[in-house]
Design a protein around this ligand. Sequence first.
Ligand SMILES: Nc1ncnc2c1ncn2[C@@H]1O[C@H](COP(=O)(O)OP(=O)(O)O)[C@@H](O)[C@H]1O
Ligand SMILES: O=P(O)(O)OC[C@H]1O[C@](O)(COP(=O)(O)O)[C@@H](O)[C@@H]1O
Ligand SMILES: [Mg+2]
Length: 434
Amino acid sequence: MRQEGDMGNTELDFTIERLGECHIPSPVKGIRFVDDDGRVLYHSHLQEMKPWLDEGIHPPAMEAAGPREKVFFDPSRIACGIVTCGGICPGLNDVIRSIVLSLCHHYCVQKIYGFRFGYEGLVQRYGHKPLELTADSVAQIHEIGGTILGSSRGPQEPSEMVKTLEDLNVGILFTIGGDGTQRGAQKIAEEATRRGLEISVIGIPKTIDNDISYIQATFGFETAVAEARRATYAAHTEADAARNSISLVKLMGRDSGFIAAYSVLVNSHVNFCLVPEARFTLDGLLRALKERLERRGHAVVVVAEGAGQNLMEATAERDASGNIKYGDIGIFLRDAIRDYFRKASLEINLKYIDPSYIIRSMPANPHDAAFCLLLGQSAVHAGMSGRTNMVVSFWNREFTHVPITLAVSQRKKIDTSSMLWNSVLAVTGQPDMM
Ligand SMILES: Nc1ncnc2c1ncn2[C@@H]1O[C@H](COP(=O)(O)OP(=O)(O)O)[C@@H](O)[C@H]1O
Ligand SMILES: O=P(O)(O)OC[C@H]1O[C@](O)(COP(=O)(O)O)[C@@H](O)[C@@H]1O
Ligand SMILES: [Mg+2]
């Protein structure tokens, strides 16, 4: 059985790059250290591992995260830096806080810089002075949404960023961001190596869309689904209260419809779930909606922002980071539904709800808050042990290390032959709309 996010690769190289041997006894006290050979199996089903077992070799496995007995960096001699890039996501401040607290309390690092406004903060000519982060200054930041450091999109020159790190004696840079951020992090790590600098670059994957490979769930995703539920609840309540009513909810999900799919599973209020991974025709949707209204009198539609892009004229517009700006499928469907029923002389009650930025800006819920704390600590342990060019991940219920190259190799998408999508179809009862 394939899991969500399993790309079916047979040659998975989870080898993590290291700056050098670890000789310094870790200052972390009262903890069971993780052995460097510790591995977490990539596959969770025996049948999937069979090809390797039959050959008598170890099946693919990720390096286990956690504190090492010997570390690479002398914590008293380095500064550390944190940067947040791309769109905001619930839990960013929790991760920042966790990294700072772990650096301070586990390792007694004295200097921690919070670079402002994404990668711009690492380029001196922008003039964004870094914040000096302390255990006190981050104590309460998890209570608020967004990022206290600020974020940005848009490319920066790796050589300029590495110069700043060198000038500030930064030994470990923590890059909190999505696929774009981690591609940038990879370039920083490569540039540091090229210059012979001992700088570790550790990514903490941030994506509200949950679309990064080799991480089962990203922080903020659960909060996003919980918030999306408020929108689908409102949509259903509105739809249920009027005759012939349709509520349409647009949720985030540029290329992967995980938020939309999980929000369907949370309750049984949604009758149509439209995601980028499953194509549909406008005609098919409108006819299915009409049929649903005739049968049940109301309908709730959830659409992920990247769904149905083939139905609209492509804009070719890109954001500063080069991400394609998609057409607004929510508005497009709202108008198309209205026109269709007007032409059919059928009076409908149409409510349109777009909660995207409301969801993204929320503080993390308790589960995400704890998850962020553990991710942040895992990132610090990885950095102190001299690992680099990697992201921390959560896989098969364990915290792990994944090379950036793999994490950004392809976008994680809903597999439409998986149990997840099958359950969505079962809950909504939506017909094939092709
Ligand atoms: N291929 C890349 N190489 C280097 N930097 C990149 C690359 N793609 C994106 N970035 C940079 O990473 C930062 C965040 O990227 P963006 O795509 O906006 O968000 P996210 O990290 O959430 O995907 C931006 O400053 C962007 O310019
Ligand atoms: O309006 P903005 O800031 O460009 O962000 C919108 C995009 O941000 C996202 O939440 C994800 O962005 P990231 O790539 O930064 O993780 C998408 O779902 C959405 O398309
Ligand atoms: Mg991205």
